[in-house]
Design a protein around this ligand. Structure first.
Ligand SMILES: Nc1ncnc2c1ncn2[C@@H]1O[C@H](COP(=O)(O)OP(=O)(O)OP(=O)(O)O)[C@@H](O)[C@H]1O
Length: 181
């Protein structure tokens, strides 16, 4: 089981409900550290994640981690629980997906053992589909499977109902479901 990844991802939009599609955070990309303007940008290799994952990112032209990815990925890889808030388009989705995917591929298991090992919960169906699409594009080359399930997760939901729903997920033969609230 993957424990400790509790990345709360919050959409930060401009006034009203308009969602900006700002280009990813090359704009936010700066190495905070040595203060040198000419310091080379880091690549995803700096996280020591599996080379195939880095290659997959490269094939999608995702070469340099954004500012929020630089901060979040290391902490999640270390097992910290994090709360991450950053503007839309800043790369939060991969910031929490990459450590999960890296961990899943580190601990391969056979079909007979197949079990849910990670769960992503998001607040809308649209977001569930977006996250699934990103997650699939990055994890498929590593042989990981995921599914989308819609279920209402509410504080007052009886634990037995919640557990029953997750048990049903397991029949679907997926490594990790992405649920909508
Ligand atoms: N390091 C990166 N380099 C280049 N492109 C990136 C990088 N990280 C993410 N992207 C791309 O930037 C776009 C926006 O990223 P993403 O959707 O993760 O942002 P977000 O912060 O989760 O946005 P939202 O708050 O709207 O969910 C996506 O197309 C994604 O593939």
């Amino acid at each position: 089981q993957i424990a400790g990844v509790s990345a709360c991802v919050r959409r930060v939009t401009t006034a009203g409900s308009h969602i900006q599609s700002a280009p990813p955070s090359v704009l936010m990309q700066k190495d905070e550290g040595d203060g040198s303007a000419s310091a080379p940008q880091k690549t995803f290799n700096c996280f020591n994640i599996c080379p195939e994952l880095v290659e997959t990112l490269h094939s999608q032209n995702i070469i340099h981690p954004t500012a929020v990815q630089m901060q979040a990925i290391l902490k999640i890889l270390k097992g910290c629980n994090i709360l991450c808030a950053a503007e839309t388009g800043s790369g939060k989705t991969l910031a929490y997906l990459l450590p999960i995917i890296n961990r899943l591929q580190e601990e391969p298991f056979t079909d007979s053992e197949r079990n849910i090992r990670a769960v992503v919960i998001v607040p809308s169906q649209e977001l569930a589909e977006q996250v699934t699409s990103v997650a699939r594009s990055v994890s498929k080359p590593l042989g990981l499977e995921m599914g989308v399930r819609h279920m209402r997760l509410q504080g007052e939901m009886p634990a037995t109902v919640r557990e029953g729903t997750f048990r049903n997920f397991q029949k679907g033969n997926v490594d990790w479901p992405i649920c909508r609230e």
